[in-house]
Design a protein around this ligand. Structure first.
Ligand code: FUL
Length: 707
């Protein structure tokens, strides 16, 4: 009797200790788990902009423009797959309103294009390609529609919902529904050509609109600037914060004193919120080229495999996802340069993560839940299952783990993952190696979540590695411990030019030689050797590459430079804001110094146009004007509508180009405006007609290209 009693106490006691840890904080839904497992996907932009060379269509484009003679969804999706991406999000309708599927909701759709004699359905072709290649499909349908005459009224919201219904029912299971944040403003709107402002927080009736996706595609994670399932990371550069929580409590648009990014704070979304109110992990979106749509002028600005790898560490490696923009050309295929870069990136990833050097190691944990290694032991850390895990007892929130590799091994990447089905629990950790009898720290971090990669600056060789959890909201549930070796590579050089037009090419560490070209060709060992700074006053394309002994080469770096501003002068009286932003800053070749007319008086209005006129000293044949917006992550004063004028005498001015800088708030790249014909002039004027935010204008640089 007594014995039985004892046994039952023991069994029930063990039973209690072996209960899985209680979930901590908010938890991911099934759709969010599925999204997290996807990790990397490509967003595909193709449409009228591909043919008009723009980033945002106005909505008045003729669908007949779209005629990709060799449209090949298999080639596009196949290239993404070769890059290691597991899905694609297809832009089914961008802001210009043209639907790439034969929708019943508007005439403005692909059936009005000559492609496949009006019988084509691009979304169907992508779906078939995804099925064939084992890729996941997601769709983007822009809420903002610059074509629809009813945009701004409730009738349009009904149309938008009907479009979502079609997309959610005709193309099989979707892993994602993507709702971008750019909204309202000027457009064609059926010929009205006017500005239509909406309050995007209420206009679309999001609960009902997203409800459609929820009901018809329950496994689709819904992306929006502020969720509901996946949040925008706050930049289009593809990186999350070094600390990045999957949980998030969005603050009101105008609180806090960190830089404003319109609706969510840059840093806020980039880092998320520890113990936040919602499970809303970050998507890091970034185009493979500078723009989201294909532009032939950007063919030599395709991100290189190592640039993509950096972004991988900064997105997927911080618990978010990498959403890489790819853009088929006018023929309907990806450019060979893009395909090559994706492939090489894919093999790099495979190479790095093929072998977990910690597999087979002896793990000694300072604590294992219920003292039951079969259920909760560190043996689960290398089984490649995101949800099997090593757990500690409820009372132990800072356990340690010693990993005995058996013999010295060399690595430079560490991977940690939590079983996020139980929430984001761990708040900080350190990694150490045993050197000469003492533990030395080689890495440390805060958030882990679905995935955390620590990339070390140098290789580390050790046979004993220690992970110390130094903070956690509750007992831990760690699912993965990995050690990997990234192969060495020669880092690209960097190209700079000073105010007087002198180019210098530098490398972070000494290399055997740097070779460069000025004619657009790939630099090889036969190209000129860089021996020191050289004048490059007229500008053009500089490409450079470093070489090691044994001829191992770095990736090529390309820089397109405008006409040197040496001898230029700002003409006449140009306004400046209170205390900041000298006018000369606009032509000083220093992107950190900005001409600004912003006022600290928040009630102050801004009068347009605001102009800056430049005397270049002599007549030039201008092929393009350039505007570099401020690069400090703030948006105040960034121009989004402009006119460029030229003059031969500095007194009478002719309009050379006019338009909008589309998407400049989210993607503040150097803008290049090409007039229809080269214009000969000594003077030019940059006239700003509208800004994305703020009570004045800001200009980091303005310039011209003569090539
Ligand atoms: C943004 C859009 O305005 C851009 O054009 C692009 O589609 C990007 C992915 O999302 O909100």
């Amino acid at each position: 009797m007594k014995r039985f009693f004892l046994l039952s106490v023991l069994v029930s006691g063990m039973g209690y200790a072996q209960e899985p840890p209680k979930p901590y904080g908010v938890l991911p839904s099934k759709a969010q788990l599925n999204w997290n497992e996807t990790e990397m996907y490509c967003i595909v932009h193709f449409g009228v902009d591909t043919y008009t060379d723009k980033e945002w269509g106005f909505g008045d484009e003729d669908p007949a423009l779209v005629n990709p003679a060799h449209f090949d969804a298999l080639q596009i999706v196949g290239a993404a797959r070769a890059g290691g991406f597991k899905g694609v999000v297809i832009v089914a309708k961008h802001h210009d309103g043209l639907c790439l599927w034969p929708t019943k909701t508007t005439e403005h759709n692909i059936s009005k294009s000559p492609w496949k004699e009006g019988k084509g359905d691009m979304i169907k072709e992508y779906q078939l390609a995804c099925n064939k290649l084992g890729m996941r499909l997601g769709l983007y349908c822009s809420p903002w529609d610059r074509n629809n005459p009813q945009y701004g009224s409730s009738a349009y919201v009904q149309t938008y919902r009907a479009q979502l219904k079609e997309l959610c029912t005709q193309y099989g299971p979707l892993f994602m529904s993507w709702h971008d944040g750019a909204n309202g403003g000027d457009g064609y709107y059926g010929g009205a050509r006017e500005i239509r402002k909406i309050d995007r927080t209420v206009y679309y009736g999001w609960d009902t609109t997203w409800g459609i996706v929820r009901t018809l595609q329950p496994m689709a994670a819904i992306f929006g600037d502020v969720g509901p399932d996946v949040r925008w990371v706050g930049n289009e550069e593809g990186h999350a914060g070094l600390t990045c929580w999957a949980t998030y409590t969005p603050l009101a648009p105008d609180t806090g004193n960190k830089p404003s990014n319109g609706y969510s704070k840059y840093w806020e979304a980039t880092e998320g919120t520890r113990n936040g109110e919602y499970w809303m992990p970050a998507e890091c979106d970034v185009p493979l080229r500078p723009g989201w749509f294909y532009h032939a002028s950007q063919d030599d600005q395709v991100k290189t495999p190592y640039q993509l790898l950096d972004l991988y560490y900064q997105s997927v490696g911080r618990g978010g996802s990498l959403d890489l923009g790819i853009s088929p050309d006018r023929e309907g295929r990806l450019h060979p340069q893009d395909v090559t870069s994706l492939e090489a990136f894919g093999s790099l990833l495979q190479q790095i993560f093929a072998v977990n050097l910690a597999k087979g190691a002896r793990f000694t944990a300072s604590n294992t839940r219920g003292n039951n290694p079969k259920k909760y032991g560190p043996g689960f850390l290398t089984d490649n299952d995101r949800y099997s895990y090593w757990a500690s007892d409820d009372a132990v929130i800072t356990p340690q783990l010693v990993v005995d590799l058996g013999k010295p091994k060399t690595f430079n990447v560490i991977r940690l993952r939590e079983n996020i089905k139980l929430g984001q629990r761990i708040s900080s950790f350190t990694i150490e190696v045993l050197k000469g009898g003492t533990w030395r720290q080689i890495g440390a971090g805060t958030s882990i979540g679905a995935n955390r990669l620590i990339r070390l600056q140098q290789n580390v060789t050790a046979s004993q590695v220690r992970l110390r959890i130094t903070g956690s909201g509750a007992c831990i549930a760690l699912s993965d411990f990995g050690l990997y070796k990234e192969p060495p590579h020669l880092v690209q050089p960097s190209i700079g030019r000073d105010k007087t037009g002198i180019v210098s090419i530098r490398t972070a560490a000494p290399v055997a030689s740097i070779h460069y070209t000025l004619d657009g060709r790939e630099p090889g060992l036969a190209s000129p050797v860089y021996t020191g700074p050289f004048p490059f006053v007229d500008g053009g394309v500089v490409k450079a590459r470093s070489f090691e002994e044994g001829q191992k080469a770095s990736e090529v770096v390309t820089r397109e430079l405008g006409l040197s501003k040496s001898g230029w002068r700002v003409m006449g009286e140009v306004a400046t804001g209170d205390g900041q932003g000298r006018r000369e800053s606009a032509i000083d070749e220093d992107e950190g110094a900005v001409w600004s007319t912003l006022s600290k008086d928040t009630a102050a209005g801004v009068k347009f146009p605001q102009d800056i006129s430049i005397d270049m000293g002599k007549v030039q044949s201008i092929r393009a004007f350039t505007y570099l917006p401020r690069q400090d992550k703030q948006t105040e004063g960034i121009a989004d509508r402009y006119i460029f004028y030229t003059s031969e005498d500095g007194a009478s001015w002719q309009k050379a180009a006019e338009g909008e800088f589309a998407n400049i708030r989210s993607n503040p790249l150097e803008q290049v405006v090409r007039p229809d014909h080269p214009v000969s002039a000594r003077y030019f004027k940059f006239s700003i007609l509208h800004v994305v935010a703020g009570n004045g204008v800001t200009v980091a640089e303005v310039g011209v290209r003569i090539h």
